[in-house]
Design a protein around this ligand. Sequence first.
Ligand SMILES: Cc1ncc(COP(=O)(O)O)c(C=O)c1O
Length: 306
Amino acid sequence: MTSALLPTYVRAPLAFERGEGAWLVTEGGERYLDFGAGIAVNGLGHAHPHLVGALTEQAGKIWHTSNLFQIPGGERLGQRLVDATFADVVFFCNSGAEANEAAIKIARKYHAADGHPERYRIVTFAGAFHGRTLATLAAGGQQKYIEGFGPKVEGFDQVPAGDWAALEAVIGPETAALMIEPIQGEGGVRVIPHADLRRLREICDAKGLLLIMDEVQTGVGRTGRLFAHEWARITPDIMSAAKGIGGGFPLGACLATREAARGMTAGTHGTTFGGNPLAMAVGNAVLDVVLEEGFLDRVARSGLLL
Ligand SMILES: Cc1ncc(COP(=O)(O)O)c(C=O)c1O
């Protein structure tokens, strides 16, 4: 069958008409137990009644306004994320790549605002995946994704995770930040040891670098904590989230301390759709469930059983 879609995926010859919890159902009624969860997205399963209720209720009121106006649902979701994490401020967007773009911009602007615009380089780790925009591809550093798309975006240096000598050697006067997934996802579910995450935090503190945690795949309860870095008892300066945060609705977020985000004044960043009322209604509904007493403990216990 020829398709009008750009052939960037080798799609399975299978389509689903609906989802029910952990199950996907085809038009013909065939049921599949969904271990893929839309690539780590449908953390609360399909058609969760609380999420469906929040989305449909909001759909009948207002879908979209510009970020030039107050969006009460966004104020609320932002405050709840701040209350539940290390962060002081949140920027909402539509995807993981956009959340990482925001993280990169915040880190660079932090140093520029401090009179050091030359500190723009970001160290990433072999096997990383940070998204498909030109900058996040450069951050991920995978040649097969970069080739053929013109000059690689400047300013990313990559070292193998755990190679401390290589890391020390690559950090220089132009380095702004380190960026890491606490568990590499696309890289093959590779867990970064907690001791290594703590050591990265120490290196950042010693050298005046920002620590960016990419929790696009690991966040919002997937490891039994709200965010995976919590297991290592450290906090980043900047963190990206997406996937599970919208339970299937396109939503991303970049969280930061007020100090790390000090360069981000009015006009330095923006988005048309990010944080719109529909997305905020669903994001709040996701948090209602994930932050409910005992929910994350149940996730952790189920993880151990599995
Ligand atoms: C760790 C990580 N960062 C970023 C991304 C990019 O997210 P998105 O596809 O929503 O742009 C992904 C997607 O798989 C990811 O796993």
